[in-house]
Design a protein around this ligand. Structure first.
Ligand SMILES: Cc1ncc(COP(=O)(O)O)c(C=O)c1O
Length: 373
């Protein structure tokens, strides 16, 4: 089976991990944490980095740190991971969704303005699958309406938009370091910001909101979202290779594109969007209507033929848990609904070899032929 994802861990990972074991620093108090935070923040052009235990809780802390709560509306893409909507709902705020662009899969920026109401307090921007959201109109809109911007750059390590790093656009921005990301710590996340007060608030939320002047006394409820020194050791070693990893993924994307270009029945990812070349976090495919099955049928057949895949995100407005809360009643977002049903991604991990890409692409072509009407 060609795995859908496999990380590359053959740089300084072992050396830094051994340093943790040799020095006994395995908790969140170890020295790699500060180093990782500082270097990661510097890499994305931010003043502060706050390392946390994953990209989902990074969003939880970001929403609470911005003071969003009961009655506040936050606009986000419907085509994203549940972590985005969950962070908003858990804070007591209201998620308001917009549809996706059919080619980049990013949020429809023009639709954002139509959903602004007097209760709107923030926009949660999510860069999807390797191409950044067009930030200029979105930031202008946010400025005009006095809205905060949370930027979920979970999938965007090393990506830039008009030369500016993704992760540098939000009042507060977040990353994930799950093993399918360009930089992994196993599990892990990072909050970045230029605002020292927001950074301090995230540090406090990350560590149970202990009162600095009297430990074990709390004015507020936080969480334990701490990253360990072991994870930061991995992260540092990975970060050292980020440029190499981005180049590697771009080569993979170019090879898949070359091999699959012109194949009937399937939409390939866009190599570019305004101000950015794709970093191919994953290599997503969308089946068109000439293919007589959906993503599920295609993925099942590919698995039988030894090719690992993953489905696309499922839209937030179609999530049973959110619908039961009375959210998104009567809403339809046709692009997200279609790509969720007809989209999936093929093996895209950092360790993927050229031979595996050729094999995966060949299998996709053959299976598509089987299903073509
Ligand atoms: C856009 C986006 N946001 C948030 C997350 C959540 O990150 P984590 O898996 O580290 O909790 C992911 C995870 O893949 C993601 O793709």
């Amino acid at each position: 089976m060609i795995p859908v994802n496999e990380p590359l861990l053959d740089g300084n990972e072992r050396k830094y991990l051994m340093e943790c074991l040799d020095t006994g620093w395995i908790s969140s108090e170890g020295p790699f944490i500060r180093q990782f935070e500082e270097r990661f923040a510097a890499r994305v052009g931010r003043r502060h980095g706050v390392a946390v235990s994953n990209g989902s809780v990074a969003l939880d802390a970001a929403v609470v740190a911005l003071g969003l709560g009961a009655g506040d509306e936050v606009i986000l893409p419907t085509f994203t991971i549940i972590s985005c909507a969950a962070a908003i709902v858990r804070a007591g705020a209201v998620p308001v969704v917009v549809d996706a662009d059919p080619l980049t899969f990013n949020m429809d920026v023009a639709a954002v303005e139509r959903r602004i109401t007097p209760r709107t307090k923030a926009i949660m921007v999510v860069h999807i699958y390797g191409l950044p959201v067009e930030m200029e109109p979105l930031l202008a809109l946010a400025r005009r309406h006095g809205l905060k911007v949370i930027e979920d750059a979970a999938e965007m390590h090393g990506q830039t938009h008009h030369g500016r790093p993704c992760g540098s656009f939000g009042d507060i921005s977040t990353f994930s370091f799950y093993p399918n990301k360009h930089v992994t710590t196993g599990e892990g996340g990072m909050i970045v910001t230029d605002d020292p007060a927001l950074a301090a608030r995230c540090q406090s939320l990350r560590n149970l909101c202990f009162k600095p002047e009297q430990r074990f006394v709390h004015d507020e409820l936080g969480w334990n979202l701490r990253m360990t020194n072991l994870q930061a050791a991995l992260g540092l070693a990975q970060l050292e290779r980020l440029d190499e990893f981005v180049a590697r993924k771009r080569r993979m994307g170019a090879l898949y594109t070359e091999l699959l270009q012109g194949t009937p029945g399937v939409q390939l990812p866009q190599p570019k969007a305004p101000g950015a070349d794709n970093i191919y976090w994953v290599f997503p495919l969308v089946l068109d209507d000439t293919v007589g099955t959906d993503a599920k049928g295609m993925m099942k057949r590919l698995a039988e033929r030894g090719v690992g895949t993953r489905p696309f995100f499922w839209p937030m407005h179609e999530q049973p848990v959110l619908r039961r809360m009375g959210l998104f009643e009567g809403e339809s977002h046709p692009v997200a609904e279609r790509i969720a049903r007809r989209g999936f991604y093929v093996p895209s991990g950092m360790a993927l070899s050229e031979a595996q890409i050729r094999q995966a692409a060949q299998t996709v072509r053959e299976v598509l032929r089987e299903f073509t009407l």
